[in-house]
Design a protein around this ligand. Structure first.
Ligand SMILES: [Zn+2]
Ligand SMILES: [Zn+2]
Length: 167
């Protein structure tokens, strides 16, 4: 954990937090409010999680992606969108833990060896002070009971921030 993150966490704990979903004070996202987020419901492509598909979509059948399967717990709208964007760009790290808990729900038959966060480019990580994906991954790994491997992936080029990665 970087010094900047420690300072931010200390600053957050000094002020009463306001829930991103209901606006009441007491938490960055109440657990009961977390349950009201819109789930990414089936049917979806079993590989890329595209909505409205039973089985595997045409794109995945024609040219399978490098990954075997993707899952996202929520649709990227409403409170889920706001919570993620605030966690990512406003640095509200108190949102990361509830979001990571929700993201740790994966099919029980997946043979998971480790959780690997997608790294930031070193220049971006220096600017932001921390990589929110690494913080999420650590909580997800803990929940799944597998190691977190932050050095498994390496970013080789800078890409613009993703706002649309969730289905
Ligand atoms: Zn709330
Ligand atoms: Zn697909």
């Amino acid at each position: 954990m970087t010094m900047r993150l420690l300072l931010r966490e200390a600053a957050e704990s000094l002020f009463l937090q306001r829930c991103v979903a209901c606006g009441r004070f007491g938490a960055a996202l109440h657990s009961e409010c977390l349950r009201t987020l819109t789930h990414a419901e089936a049917p979806r492509c079993l590989r890329c999680w595209r909505p409205g598909i039973t089985g595997t979509c045409a794109a995945c059948t024609a040219a399978p992606s490098a990954f075997q399967a993707l899952r996202a717990p929520f649709r990227f709208d409403g409170v889920a969108r706001r919570a993620l964007l605030e966690a990512k760009f406003a640095g509200i790290s108190a949102l990361l833990e509830p979001l990571a808990e929700a993201a740790a729900v994966v099919p029980s038959n997946w043979p998971i060896d480790a959780v690997a966060p997608v790294p930031l480019h070193p220049r971006c990580e220096r600017q932001r002070g921390y990589n929110q994906a690494a913080l999420l991954a650590a909580v997800v790994a803990e929940r799944l009971g597998v190691p977190c491997e932050p050095r498994l992936l390496r970013r080789v080029r800078v890409t613009p921030p993703r706002l649309d990665w969730m289905p």
